[in-house]
Design a protein around this ligand. Structure first.
Ligand SMILES: Cc1cc2nc3c(=O)[nH]c(=O)nc-3n(C[C@H](O)[C@H](O)[C@H](O)COP(=O)(O)O)c2cc1C
Length: 201
């Protein structure tokens, strides 16, 4: 499994760092994942929205997507960080991530997002780790006042889908409206998705 993760991560990094744009840059079979899970909210209610783009990123791919979403929505940006940073060594990181997943751990966040009450739409981005969101994303979500907010998940991965994490986030936040999530394989997917959500600039 570890070997597979290394290959998946390498493929994804090449792809995302390569510009994420053209159809030709899409990883062949690895990108063929199921469509995003059915979510409670297909689109964000009409009207103007104050947007916060939160994200966790270990090796930078999700950060790039978060920055693009910020640019396209005019939102603010917040990076979710663990109090104890994950090791920079890939294998050490996958070991810890697996243990945390198995234990349903809630690693402490370095900081909470400020003044969440001013936002009505909150994107949450993360890499897929062992098929799910990294556990620190759940620490962040559970520790934030998100009742009534629209939560929009997005993820990057080496090929795994976003479905499990969207399902878990939806279950974790019963009083929030969890919108249709997107596994971002190329930045050209962002504009149509944001338009579909009613959030394009
Ligand atoms: C701990 C760990 C676990 C991972 N698990 C998966 C996985 O289950 N499926 C997958 O497709 N990719 C997996 N990957 C690859 C990452 O999801 C992918 O490289 C992602 O784009 C990294 O995003 P980041 O640069 O924002 O950290 C894993 C990577 C790491 C470090």
């Amino acid at each position: 499994m570890k070997k597979l993760l290394v290959i998946l991560a390498a493929v994804c990094s090449l792809f995302i760092l390569g510009g994420c744009g053209s159809a030709g840059s899409k990883p062949a079979d690895a990108a063929k994942t199921a469509p995003a899970a059915a979510a409670k909210t297909a689109a964000v209610a009409a009207g103007s929205h104050k947007v916060l783009v939160t994200y966790f990123s270990w090796s930078g791919n999700t950060r790039k997507v978060a920055e693009a979403i910020k640019a396209q929505t005019g939102g603010d940006l917040f990076e979710i960080k663990t109090q104890n940073p994950y090791p920079t060594d890939y294998h050490a990181c996958t070991d810890i991530a697996k243990k945390e997943l198995n234990e349903k751990a809630r690693p402490a966040v370095a900081a909470k997002a400020d003044k969440l009450e001013q936002y009505d739409v909150i994107f949450v981005g993360y890499p897929i780790w062992w098929g799910d969101a990294p556990m620190v994303v759940y620490t962040f979500l559970e520790g934030s006042k998100l009742d009534g907010k629209t939560i929009v998940p997005f993820a990057t991965s080496g090929g795994s889908g976003i479905e499990t994490s969207v399902k878990n986030i939806t279950k974790d936040l019963p009083k929030a409206k969890v919108a249709k999530g997107l596994l971002v394989r190329g930045q050209d997917e962002l504009a149509p998705w944001l338009k579909e959500l009613g959030l394009g600039k």
